[in-house]
Design a protein around this ligand. Sequence first.
Ligand SMILES: [Zn+2]
Length: 89
Amino acid sequence: MPLTSRQSGPPVPPPVPPMPARAPGERSAAAPLARLRADPRQAVQQDWIRCLVCAASFRQLTNTHLRSHGMTADEYKRQFGYNRGRPLM
Ligand SMILES: [Zn+2]
């Protein structure tokens, strides 16, 4: 949908999304999300789990966080190919 208002005047910058948290010791924030989605087991490490929606990392991936993406843990697991019984931590 094209933006038709604001033809004149200063441009309004889009809202800046929050920077995703990075895993400890990881240098590049941009890269690995696609790779992790391709192999979701890589997103689950001993000390952290990476959210495959927003790339933030956590000690565990909570239902509260997944709800912020509009999905349940079951939906998350199904979407990214985790076993249903696998804990997200
Ligand atoms: Zn997330």
